[in-house]
Ligand binder design. Structure first.
Ligand code: K7E
Ligand code: CUA
Length: 663
């Protein structure tokens, strides 16, 4: 039997390998379609996960304009989950049920969408630890924390004084801070001024969010108020440079129109190096100013299964010109995008989009230059260090349009090139190019498991591409977004797999499954359920009328609701179905949907309570049912709610099995 199945899987592998070869040869016949030349028959074996076997890594991709996080397995590229973060999700009722609506509250009201770019796995001692993953919302500046024991969004913090929260979130070696830099400079505090007063009124805030080491809870410890540059990306120091965070900026010209021309005038822009340990000293010394602000802090509790939203009204601000040594500017050619600190913490690698070379600043030289005051002027009181004094090395003409760099465990760097559409592998310290592989097409970010940490896991590099053109079956005007998996075990990178992604995957991070799997929560304990409207057993179920509000305390278990018949609801009522899933077992959610509700279903995990609001507009008798195929008698998991005219005298009653009259 065992032999047979082995033979079978060998056959499958051989067939797959054959298929890949056939596809690649006919692909080459197709205009423009190619596998990259190096795709051999064994690529299929390297990504094939047999039925029932598990992937070695999790890959977390940002959803871009979907606002969510995608969870994939590597090396298979199989999609496991879309975690709703900044956008409502009708499948999981995120942002539709009463419990999660507060998660999407902002100072601008309820915002059901955002543009998420950069997932950041929490780290301990510079190593990914599998506890949380953070991600930025760009448009309405926010940072979210997802709990990797539940794969659910646990917290969302709005960032004040920010516009386009792009250089975000980038965390420090022990997740002391998650940093969030503004892309757009804005008037701080916000006020009505002419846009032409940019130079005088607009500032760029760099936010340092403190993370509680036990709960993960975030709060903005301080902001650094920078001159009106555009901050693009960031990277925190490691080892010797732990205590510093580096932000790329463009628009040193400080223009506010036609930036594609006007912000590309200067030969060099800047990396802002912020000494956050120094900032902590200035905070202690009382140097921070309290600025008025208005932002929301939303926290979800696994005990109440509900989120709360709190308005915060001020923020502590440090002004660099009043805090010597807090920030230095490092001249960086030309319009840099990504900035990435290598695993040793010595090199700060910058990708100038319009530069022919990759520039690496030296952290140790930066410290010496700062000490010796080797300055080249200042911007708004922030000293500019001399370019030559901080230059650590240059990769000469590696490609066109460098964007981002990740690292492996062997001292190699991998840089993405958007224009020449390739990944270039080079050696940190010798700056020589070792290998290059084409990407299909126009790569943005790239990801090596742990590739931004002090201890990269290596093994693969994943290309996150902007354009797919002919790589997949067409699906109308919008084609799928795409990632590509390359092996980096050998000297040469080897393309193994293309796989589609949901939304635009700007950046992604990957982690060994073994760091995440042991932390998994399988269900919520009923005895810990502190939801205000939970019914923890069928005998606790009831229907309570308070004026026009009707609260239904309902339970679900395989395969019925309690109660499953309700009368006495009237047109014009607001009916709250508070539904508790009584199951105490892995993988047994139940769903609830009712005809006439103007919202999504709710999907309730074992031990959890969720609330669906129903505002019936028509009289009649309407069915409700379980939406998740939970058992052999799932289809029997159903009930009725009778809706009477507003003026009727229909008595409120409910029952399961035997009709019972209300007391
Ligand atoms: Cu797409 Cu990180 Cu927003 Cu570069 S960013 S590509
Ligand atoms: Cu419960 Cu289907």
């Amino acid at each position: 039997m065992k032999n047979q199945s082995n033979q079978l899987s060998n056959l499958v592998l051989a067939a797959m390998a054959g298929l890949v070869l056939v596809l690649s040869s006919c692909g080459q016949g197709n205009k423009g379609a190619t596998t990259g030349g190096t795709l051999g028959g064994n690529a299929a074996q390297k990504t094939y996960i047999a039925p029932g076997a598990l992937d070695e890594f999790y890959l977390f991709t940002s959803g871009g304009f979907s606002g969510q996080i995608g969870v994939y397995g590597l090396p298979s590229g199989r999609l496991f989950k879309q975690i709703p973060v900044f956008s409502v999700d009708a499948e999981k009722a995120y942002g539709f049920n009463e419990e999660t609506k507060p998660m999407l509250q902002t100072s601008h009201g309820f915002v059901p969408w955002d543009d998420s770019h950069h997932p950041a796995l929490s780290q301990t001692n510079g190593e990914t630890d599998g506890r949380w993953i953070f991600i930025n919302g760009n448009n309405t500046p926010r940072v979210a924390r997802v709990d990797l024991s539940t794969f659910e969004t646990a917290e969302i913090l709005e960032i004040p004084n920010s516009g386009g929260n792009h250089s975000s979130p980038y965390l420090t070696m022990n997740t002391e801070y998650v940093v969030a830099g503004t892309r757009f400079s804005v008037p701080i505090p916000q006020k009505d001024v002419p846009i032409s007063s940019y130079g005088e009124n607009f500032k760029g805030a760099l936010s340092f969010i403190k993370v509680d080491p036990n709960s993960g809870h975030m709060n903005i410890e301080f902001q650094v108020l920078m001159p009106g540059l555009d901050f693009d990306l960031a990277s925190s120091g490691k080892g010797p440079s732990h205590g510093w965070t580096f932000f790329t900026s463009y628009n040193s010209e400080q223009k506010n129109s036609l930036l594609e021309v006007n912000a590309s005038q200067n030969d060099k822009d800047f990396v802002a190096a912020v000494n956050w340990k120094k900032a902590e000293e200035y905070l202690k010394a009382g140097k921070a100013k309290d600025y008025p602000a208005n932002y929301m802090h939303n926290v979800y509790s696994d005990e109440t299964h509900s989120a709360t939203s709190t308005a915060v009204k001020s923020v502590k601000v440090l002004i660099p010109s009043e805090c010597p040594g807090l920030v230095y500017l490092l001249p960086t050619p030309k319009s840099p995008h990504g900035v990435d600190v290598d695993p040793t913490g010595e090199y700060v690698v910058c990708s100038g989009k319009l530069s022919a070379d990759i520039t690496a600043h030296s952290f140790s030289k930066m410290l010496k230059a700062a000490e010796a005051k080797e300055f080249d002027g200042d911007i708004g009181g922030v000293p500019i260090l001399k370019f030559e004094s901080v230059l650590g090395g240059t990769v000469k003409e590696p490609g066109l349009g460098p964007l981002h760099t990740e690292f492996d465990a062997n001292g190699n760097a991998y840089t993405s090139f958007f224009i020449s559409s390739e990944i270039v592998k080079w050696k940190v310290g010798t700056w020589e190019v070792i290998d290059r592989q084409p990407t299909y097409y126009s790569i943005g970010h790239l990801c090596v498991p742990g590739g931004n940490s002090a201890k990269p896991e290596g093994k693969y590099v994943i290309a996150l591409n902007k354009i797919t053109k002919d790589r997949y079956l067409p699906t109308g005007p919008e084609l799928t977004q795409s990632a590509q998996l390359y092996s980096i075990d050998g000297d040469k990178m080897e393309l193994l797999l293309d796989f589609p992604t949901v939304g635009e995957p700007h950046y992604a991070q990957a982690i060994s499954a073994s760091r995440v799997v042991p932390k998994q929560k399988q269900f919520f304990k009923l005895s810990d359920n502190k939801h205000k409207y939970a019914a923890l057993s069928e005998k606790d179920t009831k229907v309570v009328r308070e004026g026009n509000n009707v609260h239904v305390y309902m339970t679900m278990i395989r395969s019925h609701f309690a109660p499953d018949n309700i009368e006495g609801v009237k047109v014009g009522d607001k009916v709250y179905f508070h539904v508790t899933n009584l199951e105490q077992d892995f993988d047994v959610p139940h769903g609830f949907a009712v005809l006439g509700a103007n919202t999504s279903e709710i999907l309730v995990m074992p031990g959890q309570t969720e609330t669906l609001v129903y505002e019936p507009r028509q009289e009649g008798v309407f069915p409700f049912y379980c939406t998740d195929f939970c058992s052999a008698l799932h289809q029997e998991m159903q009930g009725y709610v009778r809706v009477s005219p507003a003026s009727s005298a229909t008595a409120l009653k409910w029952w399961l099995g035997e009709e019972k009259q209300v007391q």
